[in-house]
Design a protein around this ligand. Structure first.
Ligand code: CAA
Length: 384
């Protein structure tokens, strides 16, 4: 077992840290307040090669490993969890799925520009569309349909809470092609946002990660070419599950970053704020909170890195990614609340960042599989 990072991994970590400090920190409070999509930041992520980190260079990606991806996401999420989720969805849910299961034609046409984050000089990112008004955790209950019309599919339905819903150019949409077949009657389709019949509805007004743009997207008689189905007929649900396994590593890393960022801010504050004649870090009520935060952050980091390592070494990472996501997201929520508590009244106002982290942390327990769904995956592994 080797706990050392390679030189390349350390360089990527440093590049992400610099990016977070120099590009994300300025304006992060305003973007949160105004729900402003971080376009400039995402374009710079594209320039850094961070939008297709694990995509092979022949498809325009940076060819990095998942460990590097975790390191980069942690650093960015310490400062700006909204920018981090945009990056995570493009990498894990969109690029990964196309690289692993797409045809050569799909890879050339869609994966290559998505991995670079640019097409014809314009921002070009993707979104993943599984959730529906009545299909969240119960993801097999898809109501969106794609009717086989011989030379194309006809797509109808509504998708909810879609990260990058307004800013993405390409969507991976899960839809029922044969209701009678249940999970085996679901397919995944590549849909372009500007096709006739695609409607991006209003942006959600969210509690946290407010700078990421989350939308409902509706499909009305959208003609999807046959060649835009990903994988064999009926592979759509498995596609979603396999893709989410990697996605959960990304969200775990995002949660880890929020927790680590909250710990860093709370520690710095506790070293300078005085009460009862000394810096508050000298009071055990505070230092023990910080100790527990540090412990849980480190445990989250190890779980994230283990899941990433399993993926990089070609081993099964389904259980590990669920464990990492569950633990890191619970840690993010708890640590952010503690960080607010340590800051006292200052923690409750925007300038000190921890109130935003507390709001941002909540979603990590919900998207890409709630904490309850992760417990289903973990407990099922014990029943085998
Ligand atoms: N890999 C491969 N196949 C898998 C799989 C996996 N990880 N998990 C399940 N499957 C297969 C099963 O083997 C089964 O196939 P067979 O019939 O051939 O055996 C089929 O899929 C159905 O599986 P289940 O019977 O286990 O399905 P279920 O209805 O019991 O659901 C669940 C299981 C784990 C709860 C799943 O529905 C789930 O993960 N739900 C949560 C969905 C989710 O994460 N949504 C997030 C939305 S995306 C998002 O948030 C994106 C964003 O914008 C940030």
């Amino acid at each position: 077992m080797d706990f050392q990072f390679t030189e390349e991994q350390l360089m990527i970590q440093q590049a992400a840290r610099d990016f977070a400090q120099n590009e994300c920190l300025p304006g992060v409070i305003e973007r949160d307040e105004q729900q402003k999509f971080p376009k400039e930041q995402v374009e710079k992520l594209a320039d850094l090669g961070f939008l297709g980190m694990m995509v092979k260079p022949e498809y325009g990606g940076a060819g990095m490993d998942t460990v590097s991806y975790v390191l980069a996401l942690e650093e960015i999420s310490k400062v700006d969890a909204s920018t981090a989720v945009i990056m995570s969805v493009n990498n894990s849910l969109v690029c990964y799925g196309l690289q692993a299961f797409g045809t050569e034609e799909q890879k050339q046409k869609y994966l290559a520009p998505l991995a670079q984050g640019k097409k014809d000089g314009e921002l070009y990112i993707g979104a993943f569309m599984l959730s529906e008004p009545e299909a969240g955790s119960d993801a097999t209950s898809q109501r969106t349909t794609a009717e086989d019309k011989r030379d194309h599919y006809l797509l109808n339905g509504t998708k909810n809470w879609i990260t990058n819903g307004g800013s993405a150019s390409v969507y991976l949409v899960m839809a029922q092609t044969d209701v009678a077949k249940g999970s085996k009657g679901i397919n995944t389709f590549i849909v372009e946002k500007n096709w006739p019949g695609v409607t991006v509805a209003a942006k959600e007004n969210k509690l946290g990660i407010r700078a990421s743009d989350t939308h409902t997207v509706m499909f009305t008689d959208v003609k999807v070419p046959k060649e835009n189905r990903v994988g064999d007929d009926g592979f759509g649900f498995k596609f979603a599950m396999k893709t989410l396994e990697g996605g959960r590593i990304g969200i775990a890393a995002q949660a880890l970053g929020i927790a680590a960022g909250a710990l860093e801010l709370a520690t710095n504050y506790a070293k300078t704020r005085k009460a009862f004649g000394t810096e508050i870090i000298n009071h055990q009520a505070i230092s023990f909170k910080l100790a527990d935060m540090a412990l849980k952050v480190e445990a989250s980091r190890l779980l994230c890195l283990k899941a990433a390592w399993l993926k990089d070494t070609g081993q099964d990472y389904s259980l590990a990614s669920s464990m990492a996501k569950l633990y890191a997201s619970e840690t993010a929520m708890w640590s952010a609340v503690e960080a607010v508590q340590i800051h006292g009244g200052y923690g409750y106002v925007k300038e000190y960042h921890v109130e935003r982290m507390m709001r941002d942390a909540k979603i990590t327990q919900i998207y890409e599989g709630t904490s309850e769904v992760q417990r289903i995956v973990i407990s099922r592994s014990l029943m085998k």
